[in-house]
Design a binder for this molecule. Structure first.
Ligand code: ADP
Ligand code: ASP
Ligand code: MG
Length: 482
């Protein structure tokens, strides 16, 4: 019995022609695999009056403006969402009765959305829990339309809300799945459908706590949903369909000549995703690792292209070096802050680093990178820029005694920095890679503020000023294997 999970991103279901294309890809898969499961994001093209606001963005704008007392915006967004989904229904679903039924279901979901936003406006605040209930609505609308489009092409299909499948903790906006409970629920709900020859069309991004409260897996989380479901069903493969020909050697918006990478290890992919490659959610690989389920990243709009295959056996650093392939890709995280704690009192004093990172953890901030000078006189670490003010405040509080005696000279924060990361198995073991990377950047006169080797040993990260980040990415890309 062969089983494949197909995940389609927002652009892939962005309008009626794209939805019809997704239905064709799925139909084709049903002739190649015994069982096919579909996971989809919310419609990803901008909604009518708001350039750059895709459905999930628009839902979040509605919630936040409602919390500020604005009742016009969420009403307007409801109308825009209604029009956008209506156009998709009209263009992708053949049967008139089906069209009416699905439109009614969507209007019901949108009425619920309006009620939630009205409550947020009355309360004057929006909690992370309410944001999850509101922002997950885009996927719930999309599955209904895509299942209808599949039925229009003669493929039996049923929409399923992942709140029935994926159980998470209550870390709203970035919840963690509880895999055992998820496996049990997912199999109980989906196996009967699959055995009956039905394609379940499942919402990405959303989940629920054990008590049934809606949660989300974080922005871009539909990739993660697909691999959680793939692992729960012991899928043979997961195919992640997006709008580019697989994972590229760099973000094509920064490096237009970026090329498809044919094969990556799970470790390389995780490193790339963690350090900013938007193409996959950073957690996507984790559920697939244990079951060694291969992941293929493909292009909805160029489906004959093989894309990128991500495998879980480690080919080994030696192979990378043998082929001369060390740097495979380069990626960047913009808008980060570099925090440096320095002073003579830090040298040889045990526990400073422990206190430092405990204080940072109190602010609920994740540290992206750490670098410590060997003289132990300073520690520097990188955090998202949005957290820099609260982290600086917490550190000043924690180290107030040392600051008053000048054992710690200063806590310095530099905003608008960027982390540029080169990724490839073997980077850690190949002499001279960091030298090459640094000189490719240095020759352009770009200052390197800090450097660290990734924990998985297949990446090297450099901190540069935000204004230099694109040029630095292009310089490192010049070193990537062709
Ligand atoms: P989806 O809606 O399909 O999930 P995303 O927008 O989340 O798609 O991710 C795909 C986009 O990621 C691409 O259109 C591309 O602009 C961007 N991207 C950034 N880095 C890379 C990379 N290394 N390889 C491929 N795409 C990348
Ligand atoms: N729709 C969600 C988002 O925009 C999840 C996803 O697209 O993967 O973040
Ligand atoms: Mg995505």
């Amino acid at each position: 019995m062969s089983l494949v999970v197909l995940k389609f991103g927002g652009t892939s279901v962005g309008d009626a022609p794209s939805i019809r294309q997704v239905a064709r890809i799925t139909q084709e898969a049903t002739s190649q695999w015994n069982q096919v499961v579909v996971v989809t994001s919310a419609m990803g093209k901008s909604i009518a009056a708001r350039d750059n606001a895709k459905v999930t963005d628009a839902l979040l704008i509605a919630a936040r403006t409602a919390a500020n007392g604005d009742s016009d915006t969420f009403h307007r967004i409801r109308r825009e969402l209604s029009d956008k989904h209506q156009a998709a229904i009209d263009g992708a679903i053949a049967n008139a009765d089906e069209r009416t039924r699905i439109q009614e279901e969507i209007e019901q979901l949108l009425s619920g959305f309006e009620i939630l936003c009205a409550s947020v406006r009355v309360l004057g605040e929006v909690t992370p829990r309410a944001l999850d209930a509101i922002s997950g609505l885009g996927e719930r609308m999309a599955v209904r339309i895509l299942a209808g489009a599949l039925r229009s092409q003669g493929v039996p299909a049923e929409p399923v809300d992942a709140t029935e499948l994926i159980i998470t903790n209550d870390h709203y906006q970035s919840a963690n799945p509880l895999m055992e409970a998820t496996r049990e629920k997912t199999r109980a709900r989906l196996l009967p459908l699959l055995e009956g020859g039905v394609v379940p069309v499942i919402t990405g991004f959303i989940a629920a706590t054990a008590a049934g409260v809606p949660t989300t897996l974080g922005r871009g989380g539909s990739d993660y949903s697909a691999s959680i479901i793939g692992a729960a069903l012991d899928a043979d493969e997961v195919h992640n369909y997006t709008d580019v020909d697989g994972v590229l050697t760099a973000d094509p918006r920064i490096v237009p000549e970026a090329r498809t990478i044919h094969t990556l290890t799970g470790q390389e992919m995780s490193e790339l995703a963690f350090f900013g490659a938007q193409v996959l959610h950073p957690m996507t690989i984790a559920p697939l690792l244990e079951h060694k389920i291969p992941l293929r990243v493909k292009n909805t709009f160029n489906p004959s292209h093989p894309g990128t295959l991500i495998v879980h056996e480690t080919p080994g650093c030696e192979r990378g070096i043998q082929n001369g392939v060390t740097i495979k890709a380069v990626t960047v995280i913009d808008r980060v802050s570099m925090v440096t704690l320095s002073g003579r009192g830090m040298k040889g004093v045990p526990g400073i680093a422990g206190r430092l990172f405990t204080a940072v953890a109190r602010t609920n901030t994740s540290v992206l990178m750490i670098s410590q000078a060997s003289a132990e006189q300073s520690i520097c670490f990188i955090i998202p820029q949005s957290a820099s003010a609260k982290v600086a405040l917490e550190l000043k509080r924690e180290f107030a005694p040392e600051l008053s005696t000048s054992e710690i000279d200063h806590i310095n924060t530099v905003d608008d920095a960027a982390i540029v990361t080169a990724v490839g198995m073997g980077i850690a073991d190949t002499p001279g890679v960091s030298g090459k990377v640094c000189s490719a950047i240095g020759i352009l006169g770009i200052n390197i503020n800090a450097i660290a080797q990734g924990s998985s040993e297949c990446g090297i990260s450099l901190v540069v000023n935000g204004s230099d980040s694109k040029e630095a990415v292009r310089a490192v890309h010049g070193l990537a294997a062709s």
